[in-house]
Design a protein around this ligand. Structure first.
Ligand SMILES: Cc1cc2nc3c(=O)[nH]c(=O)nc-3n(C[C@H](O)[C@H](O)[C@H](O)COP(=O)(O)OP(=O)(O)OC[C@H]3O[C@@H](n4cnc5c(N)ncnc54)[C@H](O)[C@@H]3O)c2cc1C
Length: 448
């Protein structure tokens, strides 16, 4: 759907995370597929979803499991994200969820979301992953006065209906504990939630998968899958991989044409991050930026940001609709301008890093986990930019239906279940996106 630049599988993203000390070098001896192979399960995509699914399967069963990734290891969104462990992985409002799925399923969805956050934390603890956890809650920041009133109502629903711990801070209160700025009109906080270093978390999961004897091949892009009686042949690098079961864990980087039942059901959206140079205490005090917890604001085209452990500010927003390196440069400048607009005292702050990646939206505006009817092909995608808490949990849920007594059946909210509808006239996806962005810009302009 996008310019080939964004699918450049050979180069790692030039992110802040890769520029920090990490154990990435430990994994430099991973191989690419070089001969025909046979496995019980082939997982396509070595991000949080694929790794978590593999770890869970290999913990329970004595299976030959293989994960392949088209990119150099750590190429996907799982190392490019902002590290917000936040909820919910949907663009539907609570009212829309209630209307579509009913009250019980909506309550169960939020219960699952919290389980997701706790599951990510439990993986960090279990595998002793040192991933620079910071903050102990998430903030949703009102960018207008009327949005603050909405947050107050939302906080009541979170508390009373979903049992999620929230707190409301008016503008003055948030000025003291959070930050000041042009679009700061108070905030809602909810727990659990925190921020982490996504690359370090990723490498911790990778290490656990390797320890469990999961076979991992990077630079191995599956270009076709064909069915032969009771097994599948996946092709990559002119080699054949024979497998009984396939897991599609490619999220926003899925490219249509691989599995016909999944084609045209994902709307990949570019998300773009900029990171400033480290700010001095004096600079931070200009906006009284105190918190290390993740913040998203209430704009329709939202901004997400956090103070990193070394006092840089990470600031993210939706990216462009082209995908070329040139358009990435241009949109990064626009995002820098927007950042400096809402934090006017930081007009001279330098930007040290900028990168982007793809997140997955779907027509149902919520994640999809399941099994393709009459096939041994399983899938999980569509986290709507909330994969840090959702993807590892979804990979774990998926593992339960691949083998075991509840084969094909999941005990989770209906919101997650089943494939989303195909996007009509999918060749127009970019045009739909441009139209939605335009409508959102208008709404944001008029503070709606
Ligand atoms: C800029 C940005 C910021 C984000 N910020 C946050 C955040 O703060 N909090 C949050 O919760 N979420 C965030 N997200 C979303 C989050 O990163 C994703 O939801 C999550 O990483 C998805 O994990 P995954 O394992 O499903 O997919 P990925 O990590 O994207 O992995 C999919 C892999 O599939 C591989 N692949 C694709 N096609 C093939 C093929 N044919 N053969 C082999 N391999 C293939 C790709 O190479 C890729 O490595 C952000 C995403 C981006 C891009």
């Amino acid at each position: 759907m996008y310019n080939n630049d964004i699918y450049n599988f050979n180069d790692l993203p030039k992110s802040y995370w890769f520029a920090q000390d990490n154990n990435y070098g430990e994994f430099s001896n991973l191989e690419t597929i070089s001969q025909n192979e046979e496995f019980d399960v082939l997982i396509i995509g070595a991000g949080y979803t694929g790794l978590s699914c593999a770890i869970n399967l290999s913990d329970k069963y004595n299976l030959k499991i293989c994960i392949v990734d088209a990119g150099i290891i750590g190429w996907g969104a799982s190392t490019r994200n902002a590290g917000f462990c936040c909820i919910p992985p949907t663009k539907l409002t609570i009212n829309q969820l209630m209307k579509r799925y009913g009250k019980e399923e909506t309550i169960s969805f939020f219960k699952n979301c919290i389980e997701g956050t706790n599951y990510t934390k439990s993986l960090i603890d279990k595998y002793n992953i040192s991933c620079d956890i910071s903050g102990n809650q998430n903030y949703v920041l009102a960018h207008t006065e009327s949005k603050f009133d909405k947050l107050i109502k939302e906080s009541e629903i979170y508390d009373k209906l979903f049992g999620i711990e929230t707190e409301i801070f008016n503008k003055e209160q948030f000025n003291k504990i959070g930050h000041s700025g042009k679009e700061q009109f108070g905030a809602l906080s909810y727990k659990p939630g925190f921020a982490l270093n996504p690359l370090k978390f990723y490498l911790g999961l990778l290490k656990a998968a390797i320890k469990n004897k999961v076979n991992i091949f990077h630079k191995t892009k599956i270009i076709s899958v064909t069915k032969k009686s009771n097994f599948y042949i996946a092709k990559a690098n002119n080699k054949k991989i024979k497998t009984k079961k396939i897991v599609i864990a490619t999220n926003g980087f899925y490219q249509d044409g691989l599995i016909k039942q999944i084609d045209y059901r994902i709307l990949p959206i570019i998300s773009n991050i900029i990171v400033t140079n480290p700010l001095s205490n004096k600079e931070l005090s200009l906006h009284n930026f105190k918190t290390y917890s993740p913040i998203v604001n209430t704009r329709n085209l939202l901004y997400y940001y956090r103070k990193l452990p070394d006092n840089r500010i990470l600031f993210g927003a939706r990216g462009d609709t082209d995908g070329s390196d040139k358009s990435h440069k241009a949109i990064s400048k626009i995002i820098e301008r927007d950042f400096k607009y809402i934090f006017p005292e930081w007009g001279n702050i330098k930007i040290d890093f900028t990168w982007r990646g793809l997140v997955a939206f779907t027509s149902k505006l919520a994640p999809s986990i399941g099994k393709i009817k009459d096939e041994n092909i399983f899938y999980s995608f569509g986290y709507h930019a909330n994969g840090v808490s959702s993807a590892p949990w979804s990979g774990m849920q998926l593992s339960k239906i691949i083998y075991g007594s509840n084969f094909g059946n999941m005990n989770i909210s209906k919101v997650y279940k089943g494939l989303p509808k195909k996007i009509p006239v999918s060749s127009l996806r970019k045009i739909y996106l441009k139209f939605v962005y335009f409508a959102y810009q208008i709404k944001d302009y008029f503070k709606l």
